[in-house]
Design a protein around this ligand. Structure first.
Ligand SMILES: [Zn+2]
Length: 354
């Protein structure tokens, strides 16, 4: 979606206000300083708006301008919830108070909108997504990549699209574990879920997910240690990507208490074939040993840039990963021959990315 296509909804209730950025008064010749001043005040200006989306309340702040015309300032409220969104400005042809802007068809010249009162495009609202569900009850694949879907939307989806198998929710900033939970409980045929870069998700929303869930793509997200247990809880995982995991929560000895990444090796992910822990700086020997024991089916394991793996970890991979075909070890500072047995070195395909 290009910048010009961004549309805005009521920040309070999500009602689509049809405010589109292409109608914004942007910086340009002669108005750039006024533009930047208003942005600093938390206001954005539009040349036109869809007045059917607003309730207009005349503020009766009338100042004579010239030639008997009066300046019109009208409050614009969200038509659905009544929250104050902004103002419309124009010149009223008659004395204010006698003609409403609607009846007189007053020519607005400018609209200002409080940035805090709106949110970018709520095109995927709970209501909108429930329409999708009603219309396509057999929907099996849905990508909402970089969409503004909320937990309400996910709940609507979970109630309507019971046949969903593949779901892409990567870069959805407004979802949390609550929505994820509704989805994983409602859509019990779910096989693939992508939740990469979802800042509001910790993983616990997948607790008790179905054993049909085989593919979880969750790189660069705010996984909590408890979230790992939830993600593997269905018992059916074959592909798991935790690349770039934020590691702060996995330090402070959590790993040694068995609550960190070693949870992957607790038996629930025994069928795992592909695992990426790329750039997970908190992967320790303890986690590697647990995973090698608990995930005997592993065929591809990405441990690139995992600097904390030392002799014990590599040794464990060398002795226990009998099905491993690909091991990514680029930029592993503590990779050593001593740990990796000769058998492994000759059998494996090492991947060195640039
Ligand atoms: Zn509203």
């Amino acid at each position: 979606m290009s910048q010009a296509d961004v549309s805005y909804s009521c920040g309070s209730c999500g009602y689509p206000l049809h405010l589109t950025s292409s109608n914004r008064i942007a910086s340009g010749f002669g108005i750039s300083s006024e533009y930047s001043k208003s942005v600093k005040k938390g206001l954005i200006s539009f040349l036109s708006v869809d007045l059917s989306r607003f309730t207009q309340v005349d503020e009766v702040h009338c100042f004579p301008v010239s030639w008997g015309r009066y300046r019109l300032k009208t409050k614009l409220l969200c038509r659905k919830c009544g929250v104050h969104i902004g103002y419309g400005y124009g010149d009223a042809p008659a004395l204010c108070g006698f003609d409403s802007p609607e009846s007189s068809g007053a020519a607005y010249k400018k609209f200002t909108v409080k940035i805090r009162a709106v949110q970018p495009s709520e095109e995927i609202s709970g209501y909108g997504i429930s329409l999708v569900g009603d219309g396509c009850p057999s929907l099996s694949t849905l990508s909402l990549y970089r969409c503004n879907i909320t937990d309400t939307g996910l709940e609507a989806l979970a109630n309507a699209c019971l046949a969903l198998r593949c779901m892409n929710l990567a870069y959805c900033p407004h979802i949390s574990d609550s929505g994820l939970s509704a989805l994983s409980q409602g859509c019990c045929e779910l096989q693939t879920i992508k939740i990469s870069n979802c800042k509001g998700v910790t993983g616990v929303g997948l607790r008790g997910c179905s054993s049909t869930l085989v593919y979880v793509d969750a790189d660069f997200f705010n996984l909590e240690p408890e979230g790992i247990m939830s993600i593997v809880s269905g018992g059916g995982l074959k592909f798991l990507n935790f690349a770039g995991l934020s590691c702060s929560k996995f330090r402070n000895g959590l790993e040694t208490n068995g609550k960190g990444l070693e949870t992957i090796g607790n038996g629930f992910a025994a069928g795992l074939k592909t695992l990426s822990l790329r750039m997970c700086r908190s992967v320790t020997d303890a986690s590697v040993v647990a995973i090698t024991k608990g995930c005997p089916q592993l065929q591809e394991w990405n441990l690139a840039m995992c600097h904390e793996i030392r002799v014990a970890g590599w040794f464990s991979i060398g002795s226990d990963c009998h099905n491993l075909e690909k091991l990514h070890v680029n930029r592993c500072r503590n990779l050593c021959n001593q740990g990796l047995q000769r058998r492994l070195q000759t059998a494996l395909h090492f991947v060195h990315e640039p």
